[in-house]
Ligand binder design. Structure first.
Ligand code: SF4
Length: 346
């Protein structure tokens, strides 16, 4: 039965080599197949053209390649592309291609739904169904790279883990996927072009530092005042800012990598001078920069972007304190592909 077969991409290179030796072939055949799977991102065994027909048949009899399928692709007026991605068990996640003049960025999902309950986020309403496997994360990147080459005539240049789910709650699989994306035997992308964005899980930030990861770290901060942050990101009651601060200081001491704070300014929630002051103090704990992100209201409209005076106040206060600040316009709003909007609505 098809479903009883193992996904070949769950095997390490060593296990693939062993498989071939145990089946009367040579170990290097495992290397060839591994290259097809992770470097050439083969969809089927048929694609493996330098492998003999008999061997491909033998692989077919023993394994499957549970490749994702892009069920629906939507294109925004601004060029952004949103993929609704069907997984082998029928569940769906979303990933987004964001083109700018010089870059193509993939925003990928790490979980189906999310176990955290950020009040401003559409994904939070889906609840967490399961973690994505490393290959399911890898496949989202490959699909977007192919779209980037097709529609923009250039390869994918950057990846952000900012789609559905909290990547640090699926840490091992995210790391395995990044390994395949960055290793020369995989896609060979530089880890410097990858950013993992977390809502801030202190223990896991410390673990990343201990693991000496080479990719960047962004934290969805949104408030540096516990009371306010807990009201919009309830898990902050469990992981308060002092724990987050300690973890980020640890991260910087080990990696010397600047931290990016993602920050939305909402009307009536975090739009006062007091809020901006707290952010500035928080930024001083470890070298950091701030991305002020434009917000896209989700259905009930409870959260609304603050007015431009509030944004200008933040910008001028941050600049006066020599903290780099960038205003990030949201992309793909018309197809619900913008930050916080991913909710499998298509
Ligand atoms: S913002 Fe991120 S961590 Fe928070 S609920 Fe949405 S997907 Fe989960």
């Amino acid at each position: 039965m098809e479903t009883a077969k193992k996904d070949i991409r769950a095997l390490t290179k060593e296990q693939l080599r062993e498989f071939f030796v145990n089946n009367g072939d040579q170990a290097f055949r495992g290397n060839q197949v591994y290259e097809w799977l992770w470097n050439k991102a083969a969809y089927t065994f048929e694609d493996m053209t330098n492998i003999s027909k008999e061997t491909r048949q033998m692989l077919e009899e023993n394994f499957v390649i549970n490749h994702i399928k892009v069920d629906q692709m939507q294109r925004s007026n601004d060029g952004t592309i949103k993929n609704a991605v069907r997984l082998h068990d029928g569940l769906i996640v979303e990933s987004v291609l964001i083109p700018t003049a010089k870059r193509t960025t993939a925003c990928v999902s790490s979980q189906v739904g999310c176990s955290l309950d950020c009040k401003f986020c559409a994904t939070a309403r889906l609840k967490r169904m399961r973690n994505l496997n490393p290959d399911e994360i890898f496949d989202q990147v490959v699909a977007i790279d192919r779209e980037s080459r097709l529609y923009f005539d250039r390869p994918l240049s950057n990846i952000v883990f900012m789609g559905m789910g909290e990547p640090l709650m699926n840490y091992n699989n995210v790391l395995k996927a990044i390994d395949k994306i960055t290793s020369p035997e995989g896609l060979g992308m530089s880890p410097k072009r990858i950013v993992v964005s977390t809502s801030g899980v202190p223990k896991m930030i410390k673990k990343m530092a201990d693991d000496e990861v080479k990719f960047g770290l962004a934290v969805s901060l949104h408030s540096a005042i516990d009371e306010v942050r807990t009201s919009i990101m309830p898990f902050n009651a469990t992981f308060p800012l002092k724990d987050l601060r300690e973890a980020l200081e640890y991260w910087y001491s080990k990696t010397k990598n600047t931290i990016t704070y993602e920050y939305v300014v909402w009307d009536g929630i975090n739009d006062t001078k007091n809020d901006a002051d707290a952010l500035i103090q928080f930024c001083k704990f470890a070298p950091s920069k701030v991305n002020l992100i434009e917000y896209n209201p989700i259905d009930d409209g409870e959260f609304q972007q603050a007015n431009s005076q509030a944004l200008d106040m933040y910008i001028s206060m941050l600049e006066k304190n020599n903290i780099t600040v960038t205003v990030r316009r949201s992309r793909g709003k018309d197809i619900d592909a913008a930050c916080g909007q991913l909710a499998n609505k298509s």
